[in-house]
Design a protein. Structure first.
Length: 182
């Protein structure tokens, strides 16, 4: 069975970002895929130190929980990340996560190459497209496959529980999930 790892970058326990990822997970599971959602909420992921040790040890030398995520992603077939938009961009801890994952992949076994997935941005008003573009850089430089949808993977929501009321946004990300699962 194929597996997709989803990473939620929201610091909130019951976030709109997590709600969106959970809906996508239902679609992926209905396509016969195994799904695991990993929350960064309780982790403190440090930025990459560009030390180069990952080339020799095939993992990151920093011990903050990221190596466990890397191993899960390494054995999965897909990776979807969801981020709330803060000040017009993705959350810093997600970017640190992705940059370190990318460094380990590029310096060792290119484990990210040909994985299928993409980003989802959730925000109150704006910054969605800048966040999607920022996150896409990770996918493209790591030789990953990003399926499209009927629009960009963005959902408008602010107050807890608002995400499902953005019908067009939810329809878009669910179509994206179908395309990941195909």
């Amino acid at each position: 069975m194929s597996k997709v790892i989803m990473i939620c970058a929201s610091p909130r326990k019951k976030s709109n970002t997590m709600a969106v990822l959970e809906e996508c997970a239902e679609v992926l599971e209905s396509e016969g895929l195994e799904v695991e959602i990993i929350s960064l909420r309780k982790l403190k992921i440090d930025s990459c130190q560009a030390c180069g040790r990952c080339a020799k040890i095939k993992k990151c030398k920093l011990d903050d929980g990221l190596n466990e995520i890397i191993e899960k992603v390494r054995t999965a077939d897909g990776l979807i990340v969801g981020s709330p938009v803060y000040f017009g961009t993705a959350r810093g801890d997600l970017m640190a996560t992705l940059q370190r994952m990318g460094m380990v992949s590029m310096a060792s076994d290119q484990y990210l190459s040909w994985k299928v997935g993409g980003p989802i941005a959730v925000a109150r008003r704006g910054g969605h497209t800048a966040t999607i573009q920022e996150l896409l850089m990770f996918y493209f430089i790591n030789d990953m496959i990003v399926p499209g949808s009927t629009y960009w993977n963005m959902v408008f929501a602010h107050a807890p529980g608002e995400a499902p009321s953005d019908e067009e946004g939810i329809k878009t990300v669910l179509r994206f999930a179908e395309n990941v699962g195909s």
